[in-house]
Design a protein around this ligand. Structure first.
Ligand SMILES: [Zn+2]
Length: 176
């Protein structure tokens, strides 16, 4: 009985002293002609763009989902539903800013983000510094805290056929 009470109290202490949270996000969009290609808040010149209700920025969406996931706040579809006309063609930088606001309201800050974009073409390396700058500024961290990697799928699957693209993101949050 007493050991049960001690164990319960110890677990409460452990929970209250938890100051770090990890989050994971993933997002997919189709690539179609007649749409702009936005990635990490940057417009990339390309003959195809991502299809979606918003500007379909797959990287910013994955980061939003990772931020929300870290605090078990649901996902981007819950907070910014694609049935809401307010979000039609919205700049995803606004969604990232709104998501970060939710994180701050819970007294958390971003420690770092690691991310990867999978697409066959075009090469996005030359845009990655600008993307890191935009994301870092929005989330009030240094560009050193934002990692953006890119890979193809070696021509395999829907990414390889240039039918779509995927982004993955992990984030570490710290309580302040
Ligand atoms: Zn998306």
């Amino acid at each position: 009985m007493i050991t049960d009470i001690i164990r319960e109290n110890l677990s409460l202490i452990a929970i209250s002293s938890m100051s770090y949270r990890i989050g994971f996000g993933i997002d997919f969009h189709q690539l179609v002609e007649g749409r702009e290609l936005w990635l990490g808040g940057v417009k990339i010149p390309h003959d195809k763009g991502a299809l979606g209700h918003s500007d379909a920025d797959v990287l910013l969406h994955a980061i939003c989902d990772a931020l929300l996931g870290a605090l078990s706040l649901g996902d981007i579809g819950l907070h910014f539903p694609d049935t809401d006309s307010a979000y039609k063609n919205i700049d995803s930088k606004i969604l990232l800013r709104k998501t970060y606001q939710l994180i701050k309201e819970k007294n958390y800050r971003v420690v770092n983000i690691d991310s990867a974009v999978c697409l066959e073409v075009p090469k996005i390396k030359k845009y990655s510094e600008e993307m890191r700058q935009i994301i870092a500024t929005t989330l009030e961290v240094s560009t050193d805290d934002i990692s953006i990697k890119a890979t193809t799928t070696e021509k395999m699957g829907f990414v390889g056929r240039e039918e779509g693209l995927v982004a993955y993101a992990t984030v570490l949050l710290e309580k302040f």
